[in-house]
Design a protein around this ligand. Structure first.
Ligand SMILES: Nc1ncnc2c1ncn2[C@@H]1O[C@H](COP(=O)(O)OP(=O)(O)OP(=O)(O)O)[C@@H](O)[C@H]1O
Ligand SMILES: O=C(O)c1ccc[n+]([C@@H]2O[C@H](COP(=O)([O-])O)[C@@H](O)[C@H]2O)c1
Length: 207
């Protein structure tokens, strides 16, 4: 599953878990992007932060792993390169590429899209607020309904920035990581709310 994962959230994890179960996958490799070229108009956290949050979020699942192929490759991240690198590392594997409905809707704009189908089978999953389009390529693309998680990384970033909690939207370790490194530049006025981000029980205690 490729993604910018800024930050990784439970929508990503549920989708991956569901696809793994339905397709009897041995492993789900999370691949954080290096430079997501279609998000070049947005501010994206450093790849190393996004990679580490993905490692933290997936550590408890024995079938989940994280690959650095996109983080370590210089230049814009293209899935054609991701899949070629993974193919080289796992020559005998059947590769599946998991995308949410919004990403699948953009796939025809991806680099070398015509070659992508020969490198992996694509699985498009439902996502609240987005229509899951049938691309008319039934052999190459499967569509799967997954439990609806109305969570986006954009919303998580905005919540942190405004001093609102992201507990239970992202894994606990990711909440702590965001607070530790001050990601998503909390608004200065949010300082008083900082314990809500770090989970300090000073804030939670009722006097
Ligand atoms: N809640 C969700 N349910 C299902 N799929 C999701 C969900 N959130 C993200 N995805 C899918 O996970 C992949 C990686 O998504 P990405 O890291 O860009 O997260 P995002 O929440 O869409 O981020 P942003 O809000 O910054 O655009 C994409 O294929 C996306 O469609
Ligand atoms: O190959 C491309 O041209 C391409 C363009 C946009 C997105 N992708 C991939 O789609 C996945 C989700 O991307 P994003 O930007 O929604 O986080 C991630 O693995 C990206 O590398 C790939």
């Amino acid at each position: 599953m490729g993604g910018t994962f800024d930050p990784i959230h439970h929508g990503h994890l549920v989708a991956a878990s569901e696809v793994a179960a339905k397709f009897a996958l041995d492993e789900v490799v999370f691949v954080p992007t290096g430079q997501p070229w279609q998000k070049s108009n947005k501010e994206v956290s450093k790849p190393e932060h996004r990679y580490l949050m993905t490692v933290i979020a997936t550590a408890s699942n024995p079938r989940f792993t994280v690959s650095r192929v996109d983080v370590d490759r210089p230049g814009p991240t293209y899935t054609i390169d991701t899949l070629r690198d993974l193919r080289e590392q796992r020559p005998d594997a059947d590769l599946f590429f998991i995308t949410g409905a919004d990403a699948l809707a953009q796939i025809l704009s991806w680099k070398d899209v015509d070659e992508l189908w020969s490198l992996a089978h694509f699985v498009g999953v439902t996502r609240p607020g987005h229509e899951l389009h049938n691309l008319g390529r039934d052999e190459d693309v499967s569509l799967l309904e997954v439990p609806a998680m109305a969570i986006s990384s954009t919303d998580c970033r905005n919540r942190v920035n405004e001093g609102n909690p992201v507990w239970y939207l992202v894994p606990d370790g990711v909440v702590q990581y965001i607070a530790k490194y001050g990601l998503y530049a909390p608004h200065p006025d949010a300082a008083e709310l900082a314990p809500a981000l770090t989970g300090s029980d000073d804030q939670a205690r009722t006097e």
